[in-house]
Design a protein around this ligand. Structure first.
Ligand SMILES: Cc1ncc(COP(=O)(O)OP(=O)(O)O)c(N)n1
Ligand SMILES: Cc1ncsc1CCOP(=O)(O)O
Ligand SMILES: [Mg+2]
Length: 207
């Protein structure tokens, strides 16, 4: 999987700013992966929004991932789906969506990470690395130490998530993360494109 800045959309945190606007602006700031994450909208609404973000990601050579909803991901030809420990099991998802379809899995321990890799996850969403107010049931922060421990035991890309901002992102990368997934630090910023660009420079200083 091509890594880089991974932006997750959220209309609750950014009132007045739609999933599509967030995707458009973060892509113009250089995001390489966009995840559509919405716990409230209907399937019909998600399908319509996902179709637009699918096209935007294609135009910007970025990957499009749908959170939780394999049905929406498949119906809109998304590049992949992101599944948590309480979502559709990885084995069931993979049976419906063979590679190169991307399946990312959330992990909060080394054991979960090893199981997800063995089960065929294409990347591991590791977190919450730091405390976050964005996801109420995220659980306690795991710290960069867990990123390093998972790096030692697995080889699939690590996408670190949770409370990551411009001040702590370097530590997360130094711990072994391949990519950084961000919600609030980008979408609560008055200029989503500019905030994205700053993260991109941290992740790929050579570009
Ligand atoms: C890249 C990435 N990592 C972790 C998550 C969290 O997924 P999950 O644990 O299923 O929680 P919800 O996001 O569904 O509330 C994620 N979405 N993306
Ligand atoms: C979806 C999710 N999964 C673990 S932490 C988190 C929220 C990350 O949001 P933020 O970047 O605002 O801390
Ligand atoms: Mg989920």
């Amino acid at each position: 999987m091509d890594c880089g800045l991974y932006i997750i959309t959220d209309e609750v945190l950014a009132p007045g700013c739609s999933h599509i606007q967030i995707a458009k602006e973060s892509l113009s700031g250089g995001a390489k992966i966009v995840q559509l994450r919405d716990k409230r909208r209907s399937g019909a609404e998600l399908f319509a929004i996902a179709n637009v973000i699918r096209s935007l990601c294609t135009e910007n050579s970025a990957k499009f991932i749908v959170n939780d909803r394999l049905d929406i991901a498949l119906a809109t030809c998304a590049d992949g789906v992101h599944l948590g420990q309480d979502d559709l099991p990885l084995s069931a998802a993979r049976a419906l969506a063979p590679r190169p379809f991307i399946i990312g899995v959330s992990v909060g321990t080394v054991e979960e990470a090893v199981i997800a890799e063995k089960g065929g996850a294409d990347y591991l969403g590791v977190g919450p690395v730091y405390p976050t107010g964005t996801k109420a049931d995220a659980g306690p922060a795991v710290g960069t130490a867990l990123v390093s421990s998972i790096r030692e035991k697995t080889t699939v890309p690590i996408v670190a998530i949770g409370g990551i901002n411009l001040s702590n992102a370097k530590d997360v990368l130094a711990a072994g993360a391949d990519s950084i997934a961000v919600i609030s630090a980008v979408i609560c910023s008055p200029d989503i494109a500019a905030a994205s660009r700053k993260f991109v420079r941290l992740i790929n200083p050579q570009d």
